[in-house]
Ligand binder design. Structure first.
Ligand code: 2HA
Ligand code: ZN
Length: 270
């Protein structure tokens, strides 16, 4: 067996958690990531039949039966992943219709998978239905997106339009817009189902007064979506209280649509 810590997906996962921490998106144990892995990526790294222990999930996800995920652990700090990946991360394979997660590697201190495991797994199901190549679900607590949910209307069209106007690239990066959920209790199957439903339509879902979820085909896509939306929110928080003299009009947003060959969410442009 080769050392799983040197696998390209593992190195990138570790680099990403460190980068997210440096961005200030993952204070203390805030945030979590799950990455769907293919059988070929795992080849020669672990014995899929050797289950260290079984973690009950508390939900059904028959679509994910037999699928393997690298996930952050509950209570673990993104800050520390790079120094002890085997303690802070877990590699789990779902079984019994998604009701159990068999630990194949990691969580060496007896820990468990992220508290947001329901939201992550339900989101993988809905995102894979929308895009069979989706592999990443990422959650974190970026300051400005959270701040914006205290002062901005939570209507998804209005929230999206404001972000699109804050920076020229936004409509190109997330033409389908962002979804917004009102404050809900985190860690529950209920917020998991609501998030999964939102992520079937958009790759970004803001949790009001909490943070954001992103979906992507790779870590860069999910990270880049959050980075772009968070930057737009930062600009909003810098200017919202000032007299606005210029903006990116809908006509200009349409020019960007045409120039970059993207299709803005139906009905979101006037
Ligand atoms: O503590 O971010 O939403 C991890 C979280 C819960
Ligand atoms: Zn959170």
């Amino acid at each position: 067996m080769k050392d799983i810590l040197t696998a390209p997906f593992m190195e990138e996962f570790i680099r990403t958690t460190a980068e997210m921490y440096r961005h200030g998106w993952d204070e203390r144990n805030g945030g979590n990531i799950s990455m769907l892995l293919s059988e070929s990526e795992l080849e020669g790294l672990i014995d899929p039949e050797r289950v260290v222990r079984t973690i009950p999930t508390g939900f059904d996800a028959p679509e994910l039966d037999g699928r393997t995920f690298l996930v952050t652990g509950t209570g673990k700090y993104f800050k520390n992943v790079q120094y002890d990946p085997a303690k802070n991360l877990g590699l789990v394979r779902l079984s019994d219709g998604g009701r159990n997660a068999g630990l194949l590697w990691g969580l060496t201190d007896g820990g468990s998978v992220t508290s947001e495991f329901p939201a992550h797994m339900m989101s993988h199901v809905s995102r894979l239905a929308a895009d069979p190549e989706n592999r990443i679900i990422m959650h974190c607590h970026p300051n400005n997106l959270i701040a914006m949910t205290y002062v901005h209307d939570l209507d998804e069209r209005e929230f999206t339009r404001t972000l699109w106007r804050m920076e020229t690239e936004c409509i190109v990066v997330f033409p389908e817009g962002v979804s917004v959920l009102p404050w809900m209790l985190c860690g529950t199957n209920e917020i998991g189902r609501a998030t999964a439903q939102k992520l079937s339509l958009t790759r970004l879902c803001v949790w009001a007064q909490h943070g954001v979820y992103a979906a992507g085909r790779d870590l860069d896509e999910a990270f880049g979506l959050i980075e772009t939306a968070e930057k737009a929110a930062e600009i909003y928080m810098k200017i919202a209280h000032l007299p606005i003299k210029n903006t990116i009009t809908d006509a200009r947003l349409r020019l960007l649509e045409a120039r970059f060959g993207v299709k803005a969410r139906e009905g979101y442009l006037d």
